[in-house]
Design a protein around this ligand. Sequence first.
Ligand code: FA5
Ligand code: MG
Length: 432
Amino acid sequence: MVLLLRASTCTLIARHVPLLSSARLQHRRSLFFAAKTFSRSASSAASKRARSHVHASIVQAGGITISREDVVKEDDPTNNVPDSVFWKLGLQLHRRDDHPLGILKNEIYKFFEDKFPGKYQKFDDLSPIVSVTSNFDDVLVPPDHVSRRYNDTYYINSDTVLRTHTSAHQAQKLREGCTHFLVTGDVYRRDSIDATHYPVFHQMEGFRVFSPAEWDASGMDGTSFALQDLKETLEGLAKRLFGDVETRWVDTYFPFTNPSIELEIFFQGNWLEVLGCGVTEPAILENNGRAGTVAWAFGLGLERLAMVLFDIPDIRLFWSSDLRFTSQFKAGQLGIKFKPFSKFPPCYKDISFWISDSFTENNLCEVVRGIAGDLAEEVKLIDSFTNKKGMTSNCFRIAYRSMERSLTDDEINNLQARVREEVPGKLQVTLR
Ligand code: FA5
Ligand code: MG
């Protein structure tokens, strides 16, 4: 969803009004169902697991060293970064040439290189720790915009965040004099839990500046010229990645572009949103040394595209270090289809409580993820009612499932017991 709509939808969900559009709901559901289509081909190699989740307390990213203490500050009320997110910093999946995200990034690089040799500057190692100014103000996100809330964004302190999108680097790159650039990186959002949403994912930003001479010759105004070029470029990219695929453009809203559109791809019977883009707001160009020019920008979700291209049914798999996952992909090979190596059933546990005004679904997801990590497959509101006294009760169903092994009853009961233990204190709710 759009930056704006995404956050407000979360807020709406938090108020227990399932206002997701039916198409989007269907899309979410369909992908969720897709997550259940694991084949039964659990091979004898199943026993050869390589689960080496070594958690370092110091990571390298964007040319700097980041220690846990720099990012996770439990006693600081202006900080909301959990350990589970700190451990993802520095992994930089998009920089691994034999990882689906790295293979896809390289293929997009090739597309731009073939079409415009030597023209686009590429950045894939910019630090994900950015100022509130870069992430929001520089791209004209209004001060009261929902996406800035602690419910939606990971704050290190009140001035510094984990970037929520690669658009956080637009202004800086413009000021450095770049006119054609691609920025790839890990981005962070407090979000709901399901097969296509994860608190850390990867985006690629594209940006191109045009000078008046370029559109004058066409007889078009600058905005129409840039919009046409943007659409042609991205349709060309979609064709290169997917072959003859059905695409459509949907009008949307972003604070930093006008007009703003999203590209959807028809995949397995559903329209899948893969990127947002538009013609850059003139103020961004004016504020960063490019007055009088026109530009386009796009931000695409690498996981969304990679799930389609490689047949990867669940977004958590990208983080797997299981050899049965990682060994299936080879540098430079986009056509490979992922062969599911296991089909382990999910286990569902419900939790019901009386909510308070401050309760949000994102906060619940964070508690669940803090306890169950990637074993949490989905958290879903299944029932809500308000009694005569005006108290509202919610029932959430948590799906626990491992991509890599069977979970024991004891293990799941233990996780659920810890969720029940932490939820009342952390979320100010009363268990029923
Ligand atoms: C943005 O983040 C804008 N910065 C994109 C942009 C850039 C627009 C430049 C205009 C100009 P949005 O929130 O819609 O927009 O996210 C962009 C893409 O990231 C989505 O289309 C989707 O493919 C992907 N995405 C968004 N949220 C998630 C998530 N939780 N998990 C995985 N992928 C996601
Ligand atoms: Mg969107």
